[in-house]
Design a protein around this ligand. Structure first.
Ligand SMILES: CC(C)(COP(=O)(O)OP(=O)(O)OC[C@H]1O[C@@H](n2cnc3c(N)ncnc32)[C@H](O)[C@@H]1OP(=O)(O)O)[C@@H](O)C(=O)NCCC(=O)NCCS
Length: 195
């Protein structure tokens, strides 16, 4: 299937430093990132994969891999964090939002390679995804998180999400953040997003 990229958001490309000083490139995903994205998912620990996808999978089925890498950058945006190890491109994190049919709320998700967890990268990607979502007109970010996923629940609380029980699924927590235009002029502007 052919796929044409329109309006690749180059302004979202950035090089950031993690707490330990490592430099990581953050950029919107491209269709040609399928192989590195699949490698990222395969190399996650079984626990991290289960926390991210809430089902047992070893790798992304081809349809899902295509959906993950062929995004329209407005209704569905994915940012990947990558490093170069021995001259090879390695994805160490990904975060995305997908706008729901109501056009106002969006589902968020994030995953960080196990060796790179706990260095602030997940929080950084979620902050950037939230700023891009505001720019796309999203007013509410939501997500389902396993109740046992303390790292994600802590990340969500620190990023200003409310955390509540999912009434339909006791094993899940619902995270919700109402996005305010003030963020667009404040934290988002500080990160270089247009106010
Ligand atoms: C959840 C996840 C995205 C967090 O990303 P991260 O880069 O490791 O998180 P950060 O370093 O930005 O830390 C965010 C907060 O979570 C806390 N945290 C990190 N790991 C933690 C853990 N294992 N237990 C409790 N808190 C933890 C950090 O201390 C930090 O809180 P603080 O600011 O109060 O110190 C990452 O652990 C991951 O990819 N897990 C597997 C996939 C997953 O669960 N995805 C979420 C499904 S939507």
């Amino acid at each position: 299937m052919s796929y044409t990229i329109e309006h690749y958001p180059v302004h979202l490309i950035d090089v950031v430093r993690l707490r330990g000083g490592e430099r990581v490139t953050v950029r919107p995903i491209l269709p040609q990132d399928a192989a590195v994205t699949q490698a990222f998912v395969r190399e996650l620990s079984a626990t991290s994969r289960h926390s991210r996808f809430m089902r047992m999978l070893r790798e992304l089925p081809s349809g899902l891999l295509a959906r993950f890498t062929q995004v329209d950058y407005r209704n569905h945006l994915a940012l990947i964090a990558e490093m170069f190890v021995d001259g090879r491109e390695v994805v160490v994190g990904e975060a995305r939002y997908a706008i729901a049919d109501d056009g106002e709320s969006a589902e968020v998700a994030v995953a960080i390679a196990d060796a790179w967890q706990g260095r602030g990268l997940g929080s950084l990607l979620i902050r950037r995804i939230a700023c891009s979502a505001i720019a796309a007109g999203v007013t509410r970010l939501t997500g389902d998180v396993l109740a046992s996923n303390h790292a994600m629940l802590q990340l969500a609380r620190r990023a200003g999400f409310e955390v509540t029980l999912n009434p339909d699924h006791p094993e899940l927590m619902r995270i919700l953040k109402c996005l305010s235009v003030q963020e667009k002029g404040g934290p988002c502007a500080e990160m270089g997003f247009a106010a």
